[in-house]
Design a protein around this ligand. Structure first.
Ligand SMILES: NC(=O)c1ccc[n+]([C@@H]2O[C@H](COP(=O)([O-])OP(=O)(O)OC[C@H]3O[C@@H](n4cnc5c(N)ncnc54)[C@H](OP(=O)(O)O)[C@@H]3O)[C@@H](O)[C@H]2O)c1
Length: 340
């Protein structure tokens, strides 16, 4: 019987997660019962939402219980099947979590065709982050040709796709990212018109220069100081899809907005449309997303960048890094080879 490994939540973090909040466990790989398949994880996707699952408190999803396997999307191979819907060797999108093996009754598994694109894209540009960018930008942001779209975490999984889709729609794309290397990549490889460093003390002034006609769509990924720099530059009737607030995920206390009254005055007078969303709200758009995004990907109009760490043991460190910008592209963990 082969050995399996999993990473469980050992304790709930207070502020930044630390290594001791995770525990690596080894156990014998399970055997599938009637109707079940045994999965071997190839790629584990690490995503910022996992920080929320480590907290116990009201949210849109259940927290991971203490001692429970950390949640996560995976690309996995069926290595044994007692389910007529799946054959040994099938590659599937699963929510197997932070572990090398998992049992499934087949519910929620989606087969991946390795001929269409590299299989890792099923948790990246052609998966949940890509769909988040596509629906948040097109269904809430509604960019028009000639308008200006601003997005932060612009070298990351969601932000990089937001800017490239904005360009496809004829808009000006301005990214915000951490450091010169990321900003250069966002401009030169992802084709944004401009990219600014959020650590630059003159961010507000640089933003004014980079957006001479103001901002029509602000795709909110981070909050914090970036939001404060962007907000005064929003145009009348601007749209703000609120996708994520990663600058605040480790906060231990709610921060009282000092200028809430000023902000709400602008929401009113500028008729701003601020709308939060979770990608699953747009499940009905999945077919449109796959058609458009895989077409753009094939045509080279949408590029992606992956940032890979090796082995399940690397997942906690990689995840802690993701919350601080240590990743440069879609954060993945390679758990096993593409072909066993
Ligand atoms: N609503 C939904 O359904 C949904 C779905 C997927 C993702 N999201 C959200 O979308 C956002 C991006 O997710 P992703 O998967 O694409 O992650 P990502 O951009 O690949 O990685 C996170 C990035 O956030 C940036 N960051 C961290 N702290 C920051 C701070 N204080 N100020 C500015 N930037 C900071 C870092 O980039 P820099 O080095 O450039 O700072 C880091 O690389 C997250 O907020 C996530 O929660 C929401």
């Amino acid at each position: 019987m082969s050995q399996a490994k999993r990473i469980v939540l050992a304790s709930r973090p207070h502020g930044e997660p630390k290594a001791s909040d995770f525990r690596l466990e080894e156990y014998a790989a399970p055997t599938p019962a009637a109707g079940e398949v045994l999965l071997r994880t190839i790629w584990l996707s690490l995503d910022p939402y996992m920080r929320g699952r480590m907290n116990d408190g009201p949210s849109y999803a259940q927290p991971v219980p203490i001692g429970g396997v950390m949640e996560g999307g995976t690309v996995s191979e069926v290595i044994a099947s007692n389910n007529p819907g799946f054959a040994k060797g099938d590659i599937v999108l699963s929510r197997a979590g932070w572990q090398t093996h998992a049992l499934s009754d087949g519910n929620g598994l989606a087969k991946i065709d390795p001929k269409i694109a590299p299989i890792s894209t099923a948790v990246g540009v052609l998966g949940m982050p890509g769909m988040t960018a596509y629906t948040g930008l097109l269904d809430i942001g509604k960019p028009q040709a000639g308008e200006t779209v601003v997005v932060a975490a612009a070298s990351g999984a969601v932000g990089s796709a937001v800017g490239q889709i904005a360009k496809i729609k004829g808009a000006r794309a301005v990214g915000i990212a951490g450091g010169k290397e990321k900003c250069d990549y966002v401009k030169n490889e992802f084709g944004f018109d401009e990219c600014l460093d959020h650590r630059d003390p003159n961010l507000a002034a640089k933003l004014k220069e980079a957006c001479p006609k103001g901002i029509d769509v602000y795709f909110e990924n981070v909050g914090g100081a970036v939001f404060e720099a962007v907000f005064p530059r929003l145009n009348f009737f601007a749209r703000i899809p609120v996708c994520g607030l990663i600058a605040h995920y480790n906060n231990t206390e709610a921060v009282a907005p000092k200028w809430a009254s000023v902000m709400m005055r602008d929401v009113l007078t500028k008729r701003l449309n601020i709308r939060g969303f979770i990608v699953s709200d747009f499940a009905a758009r999945h077919g449109d997303f796959l058609r458009d995004m895989s077409g753009w990907f094939r045509e080279g109009k949408i590029k992606h960048k992956e940032f890979v760490t090796e082995g399940l043991d690397s997942a906690p460190g990689a995840f802690m890094g993701l919350l601080k910008g240590a990743n440069f592209g879609k954060q993945l963990v390679r758990i096993g080879p593409d072909k066993a």
